[in-house]
Design a protein around this ligand. Structure first.
Ligand SMILES: [Fe+2]
Length: 293
């Protein structure tokens, strides 16, 4: 049975990020960013996969738990929580990601203590909130799956069906690693990206979002995170974790594009620019609809 945590009505900015991925340097940086933006931890949401590719699964999990931010259960938390045999990422069997995941998953599984795994097992599958008369559903991958990859190029019909299943006006997620915002009629899909790995754009920056109620609607801002990526790569090499991912932290280029559709593969190495999308208030959209008739 899916577990959902309801945060109620929120009328101040939220900071949302995904995929800490055992990257302690990035996780410390995103928590520092929240402090710098004066966003209290009760208004910070992580879309899951706290422990994965990088060198510090236990420390990463510890500082996130200590901060008391909201976390939705990613496929990694689900796997660590039940001591599963693999990460449940949804990689194709035999693919490079699948083979490499065996190494980082075993390392993280070995590193995490019982309390961390228990905490992961108990996390909600989704967090919902109301903002500017809209219902927003925050989850790891989609409303019906914790490991389906949804990208900007994924068919609108897939996203619409997930929004229907969520019973929400917007879905905010992570998992697939690339940030984007996409209106779907009066509804919206937003991927806040991940902080623990770059977005395959040829820069070491990673991504998070600030979601702010504003006159006329809600602002979804994609923001880059600068952090000590060299330190994070060192930690991976110290623990003999896959060099493919350690190098990626510096180059900003994924080792392979196995999980990516054609359009996202073609965009590899193209620098992402920070941007903000104003999602109009429901009231304004209704008026616009009436005016157009
Ligand atoms: Fe994931």
């Amino acid at each position: 049975m899916a577990k959902t945590q309801h945060l109620g009505h929120i009328d101040e900015p939220l900071l949302i990020f995904g995929g800490p991925y055992s990257n302690l340097q990035a996780t410390e940086a995103i928590l520092a960013e929240a402090r710098m933006l004066n966003i209290p931890f009760r208004r910070v949401i992580c879309t899951g996969d706290v422990a994965a590719y990088c060198g510090d699964p236990q420390a990463c999990s510890d500082i996130i738990r200590a901060a008391g931010i909201h976390v939705v259960k990613g496929n990694c938390e689900e796997s660590f929580g039940v001591n599963a045999e693999d990460c449940g990422c949804g990689f194709d069997e035999g693919s490079t990601c699948d083979q490499l995941s065996a190494r980082w998953y075993a390392y993280a599984q070995d590193s995490l203590d019982t309390a961390a795994c228990r905490w992961m097992a108990d996390l909600p599958d989704a967090v919902t909130f109301r903002m500017a008369e809209r219902t927003v559903f925050v989850t790891h991958a989609t409303a019906t799956s914790n490991n389906r990859f949804v990208f900007a190029s994924t068919a609108d019909t897939v996203k619409a069906a997930e929004l229907d299943a969520a019973g929400a006006d917007a879905i905010i997620c992570g998992h697939s690693g690339l940030p984007f915002t996409q209106p779907l009629g009066d509804r919206l899909w937003h991927n806040a990206g991940v902080v623990g790995m770059p977005a395959n754009d040829g820069t070491p920056r990673t991504w998070f979002s600030v979601v702010t109620p504003a006159p006329g609607g809600i602002h979804f801002a994609h923001r880059p995170l600068e952090y000590d990526h060299a330190g994070a790569a060192r930690r991976m090499r110290d623990h003999n974790l896959p060099e493919e991912y350690a190098s990626c932290l510096g180059t900003g280029l994924w080792d392979n594009c196995d999980i990516l559709p054609e359009a996202e593969t073609a965009a590899q190495g193209q620098e992402i620019t920070p941007g903000s999308h104003l999602w109009p208030a429901a009231e304004a959209v209704r008026h616009a609809g009436v005016a157009a008739e």
